[in-house]
Every structure is written in structure tokens, then in C-alpha cells.
Design a binder for this molecule. Structure first.
Ligand code: CUA
Length: 332
């Protein structure tokens, strides 16, 4: 029963999330990359519609005009009509040229070269979450990527374990995240917003639970985010629950996997230095609130099949979990 209540709460929060992230759709692009792919799709769609219409019309005409009628001889088959044969060979060839030229042009246009002054973001796929590093800004974060509106972004994509695929449909992608190999995409987002995406390559038990978000910020908003991320973790208020939580965190197994700058050095799981400022946890599948954080800390694998964050052994007391939750939420 508590599990059912948990999922109902999750569903209610997801449905009621006001504003919510932008729909995960390639048909409503909000970046140059997304637009290029959408234009190509529209082009090819109309060529296909035209071919469909011509072929179906000829088919229906032939069915009606040459159908079997009592007492009438079978229609004469057509053989060796040179003009007709040249025509129906040339027409598809010409149509294919009209499809191929924009396709090849789009492939090159989206090959991933951004101008030299583009914002660089390294994307690393993990089972089952996304890590983002901003090498020029000294920022490491997870699941929610921030980029400024109207600026070129150069994304290099790789994986720490198996093959994943980075895909934020309204912006661009998808492109595989392959261990030991760098793939690239480049895009310039044209509207501020919260764009959802997900892993698009089957990568194990929680492939479906490997979501992501790209937050396209105004210039000022992005600068503010960078400034907050570059600062160290917020120190909890003296004698607060969060301060107690920091002490519990510092003697728990959390240390081995997570980085909180100046507190713990782990690099297996997401960096938590500013986890309180993120909207979601667990690879973007749960809202970042007390109930979900507490349930996640107590028993992550029951919420996300195969989660590498194991069940706490020995289990933490409810009071200790509440303290850690207060601490993590204070890390804005
Ligand atoms: Cu990562 Cu599918």
C-alpha cells in the first residue's frame, strides 16, 4: 500500500506540474538542429504524399476501368512501350534526387561542428543517468543541462559503461553515447524553456528511466546558474536539521559514490554539490521533493530497477534519512 501511494503521488505531481517541461517532440523544434531535421522531414513527407497519391490514383483508375465485366474480353496487356518505360524510370530517379540532395545537406549541416567560441558541454551517459561537464567553466552536474538561449553549444557525447543515446527532440540529436568514443552535436536554441529528452538506445533494465532535461536560460539566467554552480556547497545553518544531515551523510556509505565539493569525493554517482537546485532526481524520473528523496535514499532499486545505488545496509533510520534529505535540499 505505501508503494501504491508513492506512485499515485508521483503521477499526481507529474500531471499537475504547472508549466512542466516542453513536450518531447521533433515536430516543434526550438533550435537550428531541430529545425533542420524538421524541414527535411516535411520535405520528404510531401514527396511521399505526392508519390502515394499518384500511385493510388492510377491503381484505383485501373481497378475500375479494367475490371471484369460479363461478355467483355480481357484488356490487352502493354509490352515494350519505350516512352512509358523511360518515363517511369526517370520520374522516381528525379524524385530521389530531390530527396537525396536536402538529406545529404542536412547530414553535413548537423555533423556537429560549432564555432570555436561555442559553449562546450561534455555529456557522459551512465546506467541510468546523465552527467554534464562544462570544461571551460569548471562545472559538473547531472540530468539537467543548462545552456544560454541564442548561443552555439558544442556537445561532445560519450559513455562510462554501455551505449546510450542522447536525445532532446526539440533541440537536436539523437546521437549515440559510446564508451571510448566521442560523438558530437552542435545546436543553438532559439527559445528559453525546459526541454525534455531521454536516452534513445536500449541500455539495460532502467533504459526507460533514463530521462534528461535541457534548460535553455536567458543570458542573465544562465550567468546566475553558472555563478551558483561555481560556488562551493552552501553550508547548512548551525544546529539545523540540515547540519545534522551533513554529519550523517559524512559517516554513511554515500561518500564513496557521490561528490559534494569539500565533503565527499565519490565519482560513481551524480555530483550532489548543488543537488538542491535541481528539479528532479534519479535520472529525471522523480520530482526533487522530500518524499521522493527519502524513498530514494532508503531503497533506490525498488524505485528504479537495476539502480546501481544499492539499498542502504545497514538501513538508515527514518530520522537519519530525514536529516540527509534536509541537507541535500539545502544544497542549492
Ligand atoms: Cu541509457 Cu538507454
Amino acid at each position: 500500500m505505501p508503494r501504491l501511494r508513492f506512485w499515485l503521488l508521483t503521477a499526481a505531481l507529474t500531471i499537475s506540474a504547472c508549466g512542466g517541461p516542453y513536450p518531447q517532440s521533433t515536430l516543434h523544434p526550438r533550435a537550428d538542429f531541430g529545425r533542420a531535421v524538421d524541414h527535411l522531414f516535411t520535405d520528404i513527407f510531401w514527396w511521399a504524399a505526392f508519390v502515394f497519391l499518384v500511385v493510388e490514383t492510377l491503381l484505383v483508375v485501373a481497378l475500375i476501368r479494367f475490371r471484369h465485366r460479363e461478355g467483355r474480353a480481357a484488356p490487352k496487356p502493354l509490352h515494350g512501350h519505350t516512352v512509358l518505360e523511360i518515363a517511369w524510370t526517370l520520374a522516381p530517379a528525379v524524385i530521389l534526387v530531390f530527396v537525396a540532395v536536402p538529406t545529404v545537406r542536412t547530414i553535413f549541416a548537423t555533423a556537429g561542428e560549432a564555432p570555436a567560441d561555442a559553449l562546450k558541454v561534455a555529456v557522459i551517459g551512465h546506467q541510468w543517468w546523465w552527467e554534464y561537464k562544462y570544461p571551460d567553466l569548471g562545472i559538473v552536474t547531472a540530468n539537467e543541462m543548462h545552456v544560454p538561449v541564442g548561443k552555439a553549444v558544442q556537445v561532445s557525447i560519450t559513455s562510462a559503461d554501455v551505449i546510450h543515446s542522447f536525445w532532446a527532440p526539440a533541440l537536436g540529436g539523437k546521437r549515440d553515447a559510446i564508451p571510448g568514443h566521442l560523438n558530437r552535436i552542435a545546436f543553438r536554441a532559439d527559445s528559453v524553456g525546459d526541454y525534455s529528452g531521454q536516452c534513445a538506445e536500449f541500455c539495460g533494465a532502467s533504459h526507460a528511466n533514463m530521462r534528461l532535461r535541457v534548460l535553455v536560460d536567458s543570458d542573465a539566467g544562465f550567468q546566475a546558474w553558472v555563478k551558483a554552480e561555481q560556488g562551493g556547497p552552501v553550508a547548512p545553518a548551525p544546529r539545523s536539521l540540515a547540519e545534522h544531515g551533513k554529519a550523517v551523510y559524512s559517516r554513511s556509505a554515500c561518500l564513496g559514490c557521490h561528490t559534494i565539493q569539500g565533503v565527499s569525493p565519490g565519482v560513481i554517482g551524480p555530483n550532489l554539490t548543488h543537488v538542491g537546485s535541481r528539479a528532479t532526481i534519479a535520472g529525471g524520473i522523480f520530482p526533487n521533493d522530500s518524499a521522493h528523496l527519502a524513498a530514494w535514499i532508503a531503497d533506490a532499486p525498488s524505485l528504479k530497477p537495476g539502480s546501481l545505488m544499492t539499498r542502504m545496509q545497514p538501513p538508515l533510520s527514518d530520522a537519519d534519512i530525514a536529516a540527509i534529505v534536509a541537507y541535500l535540499q539545502s544544497l542549492k
